[in-house]
Design a protein around this ligand. Structure first.
Ligand code: ACO
Length: 375
């Protein structure tokens, strides 16, 4: 028998390790981000959400007719049945919205009538928005909000998330923020999705695993944690004092830092401008912007750590009147498209993802009967 080669030892958290080739997207430490080769700013200024989702999924910008049939395919599949809403309601008013969506996605794995893989994926992409928008209200006993037939994908999500009237500019900003959340190479949840896809499990299983990974505050949960921090802080002048206390207690400051971006996160820069513009157009109180700006300046002065997308997406959602527990669900409603792109890329050139580990435990121990064991 041939000896197995010694396993290659990799850094903790797989930091700086490339585990697969991908053509979907690329983030770079210099603060650049490409979706299928297109710079993020190019897409954020010129494209729409459905167009960007199509691009990320297929690798090509759609023709008009392809875009229409993609948009129509999503519309046709957006309806969530009463059985799934019933399961969500059963979880009760204290349920965490991401747990609610994850449970609903698992249920869809058994209930959804789609037969083929593209249909299943499109059904998940279309329904994730509806599940996200209802993930906080349905478990509390409120009636579900449903999509309207004639709206853009992001407008539809926004009208299900809040009844507050948004201006055309604000709706456009919401669409851009969703585009910025859509995809980000091998982030923790997309890697999780690829691990599940590599076992050839179905997309519902992969998406529910992706949701589990997204929930944590070091990943998707950070936008809600960042907003909680901004609401606690209240006064821009207290940013320095707030950070010093966090450092002293060894607490991470949510919405700051990134595995790839060490100078700046291009998505955060874009969102910072949107936040300023939303508040500026409204006139009056810009405290929320000043709070973010002073935290950013103090954090950079103290640690040279820049804000990430979550830090500036959160106050945008807040200014649009969206309740904080819905921020990570919005992330999921957008990232599902990226997850499905990763799912397809993985199964298209599959090898089971099953790494090795270095055993550092004991060996050769003798069994001790229970009555002879030391307390
Ligand atoms: N607050 C305080 N210190 C930080 C922060 C932070 N937010 N981020 C990094 N650091 C410090 C670490 O304490 C560490 O310091 P040390 O070397 O003295 O121990 C150093 O910077 C390196 O940090 P790591 O956590 O090792 O860097 P890593 O690349 O593993 O982490 C991560 C990236 C997890 C995002 C981290 O920056 C973090 O926890 N941030 C807060 C959570 C957050 O905002 N997540 C959202 C990510 S973006 C997204 O999901 C869209």
């Amino acid at each position: 028998m041939k000896d197995a080669p010694d396993p290659v030892k990799l850094p903790k958290g797989l930091a700086g390790v490339s585990v697969t080739d991908t053509r979907i997207s690329k983030s770079d430490p210099d603060g650049s981000l490409l979706y299928r080769g297109y710079p993020i700013l190019e897409l954020a200024t010129k494209a729409g959400f459905e167009e960007t989702a199509y691009l990320v999924l297929t690798g090509k910008l759609p023709t008009r007719s392809k875009l229409e049939s993609f948009t129509e395919g999503l519309r046709e599949r957006a309806e969530v049945g009463p059985k799934v809403f019933g399961i969500m309601r059963e979880l009760g008013q204290d349920a965490n919205p991401i747990d609610v969506i994850r449970t609903a996605v698992s249920a869809l794995g058994s209930i959804d009538a789609e037969k083929d893989l593209p249909g299943k994926q499109m059904s998940l992409e279309a329904k994730m928005s509806v599940l996200a928008a209802n993930s906080h209200r349905v478990p509390r006993g409120d009636s579900p909000r449903t999509p309207k037939k004639d709206l853009r994908f992001s407008d539809n999500l926004l009208q299900m998330l809040t009844t507050k009237e948004a201006t055309e500019y604000e709706r456009r900003v919401f669409e851009r923020v969703m585009m910025l959340y859509l995809e980000h190479d091998l982030n923790a949840s997309s890697f999780t999705v690829r691990v599940v896809a590599s076992t050839l499990a179905d997309p519902y299983a992969a998406a529910s695993a992706g949701l589990a990974s997204l929930k944590g505050p070091l990943h998707g949960g950070a936008n809600e944690a960042a907003m909680g921090m901004l609401l606690d802080l209240k006064e821009p002048a207290k940013a320095g004092e707030f950070l010093r206390a966090a450092f002293k207690e060894g607490r991470k400051v949510m919405g700051f830092g990134h595995r790839v971006y060490k100078q700046f996160d291009p998505r955060a820069r874009i969102c910072k401008e949107y936040l300023w513009e939303i508040l500026n157009r409204r006139g009056g109180d810009d405290t929320l912007y000043q709070l973010c700006d002073s935290l950013e300046a103090e954090m950079w002065r103290a640690k040279r750590i820049p804000p990430n997308l979550d830090f500036y997406a959160a106050p945008i959602f807040y200014s649009l009147g969206i309740e904080v527990p819905l921020y990570t669900p919005i992330f999921a409603a957008s990232r599902i498209f990226g997850w499905m792109a990763h799912y397809n890329e993985q199964v298209g050139d599959n090898k089971l993802i099953r790494p090795d580990s270095t055993y550092v435990g004991r060996s050769g121990l003798k069994y001790v009967p229970i009555e002879e064991r030391e307390p």
